[in-house]
Design a protein around this ligand. Sequence first.
Ligand code: ADP
Length: 396
Amino acid sequence: MVSWNIVLGLMVMAFALPFIFLGGKMKLIRRRASEEHNEVKQLRGILAELEEHVRRDQSLFLEALGVPFLLMRPSGRVVMANQKAAHLFGMATMTNVNLLRLLPESELRQVIQQAVDSTEKVRAMVQVPRPEGERVYRVTATHLATREKHIGIVFLDMTEEHRTQVIRRDFVANASHELRTPLTLILGYLETLLDDPEALNDRELSERSLGIMRRHADRMARLVADMLMLSRVETPDSGYLKCEHFDLAQLAEDVRLRLENLASAQQAQVALDIEPHPFDMQGDSFYWSQVLFNLMENALKNNPSPGLQLRVSAGLAADGTRHICVEDNGVGIGADSLPYIFNRFYRADKTGRIKGTGLGLAIVKHAVEAHGGSIRAESEPGVRTAFIITLPPDCC
Ligand code: ADP
C-alpha cells in the first residue's frame, strides 16, 4: 500500500515538476519582456527628445540666418523653410508647399525653374511685388550634394541698395545735363571770340559775350557748390554733423541780414517771430543757417513783385517738439508741382527767369532729416505758402 502511495506521489511529482519549472521560466521571461518593453519605451522617449532637439536647433539655425531661406526638392516641394521665407510668400508655413505650383508666371518663378533645370548655381536680381510695395531681391539657388538633389534658395533684400543705385545714376545724368548747358554756351562764345579776330575788336560784342560767359560760369559754380553740399548732407553717418547748442533767433537774424539787399530791392517785409527768445536749438548751426537761407531766399526770389510778406516763426510744444515755419503770401506752388519740389533738380518755375539749381530744397530736406526731423510744404497760391519743419526733442 505504502509503495503505491510512493509510486503515485512520484508520478504526480513527475507530472507536476515540468509545469512548476515552466511556470518559473515563464515568469522570468515575462519579467524580462516587461523590462525590455520599458527600456524600449525609454529609448523611444530619448529618441523623440533628440529629434525635438534637432528640430529646434534646425529651426533656430534657419531663423538665425536672418534672411528668407528655403530648401526644396527638384520637384518644387519645399522640405524646410524659415519664417522669413514664409512671410515673403505670404504664407504661415511653407513646408510641403510646391513652390513651382504656388508661384504664378513671374520673374521669380523663372529663376526658380532655371535653378531646377540647371546643375549650376543660379544668381539673379528679381523684383517681387509685396503688399507694402515692390521689393528687389538677390536670389541665389545652390544645388546640394544630397541623394534627393536638394536646392537651397537664399533671398537677400537689395531694395535700398537698388534705390540708391537708381538715385545715383539719375543724379549723375541730371548733374551732367545741368552742367553741360552752361558749359556749351561758354565754349560757344569763347569760340566766336577766338576764331573771329574781328569779334575781339568789337568791344560791345566782347563785353556782352564775357557777361554771358560769366553768368553761366556763376551758374556752374552754384551747381557744383550745391552738389557738394547735397552730397555731404546725404551721408549723415560720415560724422560731419556737429551737435552744438545755438540760438535760432540769432541765426535767423543773421540770415535776414544776408538777404537784406534782396528783400529791400523787392520791398519785401521780413518778420522773425521766434518764441521764446533765445530759442535754444541743438544741431549743426552751419546746416541750419543753410536751411533758413534756402527757404527764405526761395520765398524772395520766386516773388520779385513788391510787397511780399515773409515770416519765420518757431515754437516749442509741451512735449519738447520744435516747429519751425517759413511762410510767405506770394505766388505759391501749384498742386501739380508740390509733390516734387524736394526732388533733386526739380524746378517749378519753367520760365528760367528765376535763378536756381533745383537742389535748394533737396539740401534743406536732407539737412533736416540728418537732425532727425521732417519737413513738409503747403501752398495756397497767392494766399499762403509754408514750409513746416518738425523736430523731435533730441534732434542730434
Ligand atoms: P531752386 O534752386 O530752383 O530754387 P529749390 O529746390 O530750392 O530749387 O526749389 C524747387 C522749386 O520750388 C523752385 O524751382 C520753385 O519753383 C519752388 N519754390 C520753392 N519755394 C517757393 C516759394 N516760397 N514760393 C514759390 N515757389 C517756391
